[in-house]
Write a protein that binds this ligand. Structure first.
Ligand SMILES: C[S@@+](CC[C@H](N)C(=O)[O-])C[C@H]1O[C@@H](n2cnc3c(N)ncnc32)[C@H](O)[C@@H]1O
Length: 221
C-alpha cells in the first residue's frame, strides 16, 4: 500500500487520509466500486414508495452517481455523508448544475460521529452501499448501528448492500467483513424486519466482478 495512506491516528490507522488519498488519486469512473447506474439500489428505493420529501440519509456515499438518480426522481430532502471531504468534492462535481434539490453535506466518521450526525433523527431511509463492510472491529460496528438506530424512525427503511460471504475479503487495500442477511438482521435487532434480500454480481470498471448482498429492512418499533 502507498506509504502516504499509512499516517497514524489515535485508532492506529488514519482512514480519513486513506479515503481522501483514494479520491484525490483515482478518477471517479475508475474506482473499484463505480456504478454508471446504481440499479439495484434504485430498485429497492422504489419499493419503499417514499414521499418525495422523505429524509434520505446516504451513509458513505463517496462520489456515487446515485445522487443524480435521486435528484432525477425528485427526492428533495437528501443528506449525504462521507469520512472523506475529497469524496464529497467529487460528488459535488457529479451533481454539477443538477441542483434542483436541497442537499446537506456532512463530512464525518460513521464510527466516531460528531454532534451533527448524533443529532440525526427521523430518517425515512438509511442507505449504505459498500461502507459497513469496512468496519472490522466490534467497536466500529456497534458505533455504526447505534447511530443508525438513533436516526431511523419507526416505519423507516434501511438498505445495506455489502460484500456477501462469497465476496472479496479486501477492497481499496482494506480488510472487510463479509455479510449474509442473518448477520445484518442480528446487528439491527428485532425492531427491524427484513423485506427483501438478493445476491448481486457487480462488474467493476476493470471488468472484474464483486459479489454483494443487498438487503432492505423496515423498522417496526
Ligand atoms: C467502497 S466506497 C463506496 C462509496 C459509495 N457508497 C458507492 O456505492 O459508490 C466506501 C465509501 O465509504 C466511505 N467511508 C469509509 N469509512 C467511512 C466512515 N467511517 N464514515 C463515513 N464514510 C466512510 C469512503 O470514503 C468511501 O466513499
Amino acid at each position: 500500500m502507498d506509504e502516504s495512506f499509512c499516517r497514524n491516528s489515535q485508532s492506529g490507522y488514519d482512514f480519513e487520509a486513506h479515503w481522501n488519498n483514494t479520491y484525490r488519486k483515482i478518477p471517479v469512473n475508475s474506482l473499484g466500486w463505480f456504478e454508471a447506474e446504481p440499479k439495484p439500489t434504485m430498485e429497492l428505493i422504489k419499493r419503499c414508495n417514499l414521499p418525495k420529501d422523505a429524509l434520505i440519509f446516504n451513509a458513505g456515499i463517496g462520489a456515487s452517481t446515485l445522487i443524480n438518480e435521486l435528484i432525477a426522481a425528485n427526492y428533495s430532502n437528501l443528506i449525504v455523508n462521507d469520512i472523506s471531504a475529497s469524496a464529497l468534492v467529487a460528488l459535488k462535481q457529479q451533481i454539477g448544475n443538477n441542483k434542483n434539490t436541497a442537499i446537506q453535506f456532512i463530512v464525518d466518521d460513521l464510527t466516531n460521529p460528531s454532534e451533527v450526525l448524533l443529532k440525526l433523527k427521523n430518517v425515512d431511509l438509511w442507505n449504505d452501499r459498500a461502507v459497513l463492510h469496512f468496519f472490522t472491529t466490534k467497536e466500529q460496528q456497534n458505533a455504526y448501528f447505534k447511530l443508525l438506530k438513533n436516526a431511523v424512525k419507526v416505519e423507516g427503511y434501511v438498505i445495506l448492500a455489502e460484500f456477501n460471504l462469497q465476496g472479496a475479503k479486501k477492497c481499496c487495500g482494506l480488510d472487510v467483513v463479509n455479510y449474509n442477511e442473518e448477520m445484518l438482521q442480528e446487528n439491527l435487532g428485532n425492531d427491524f424486519k427484513l423485506l427483501q434480500s438478493f445476491n448481486y454480481t457487480y462488474t467493476q470498471p476493470s471488468g472484474n466482478t464483486r459479489e454483494y448482498i443487498y438487503t432492505l429492512f423496515q423498522r417496526t418499533a
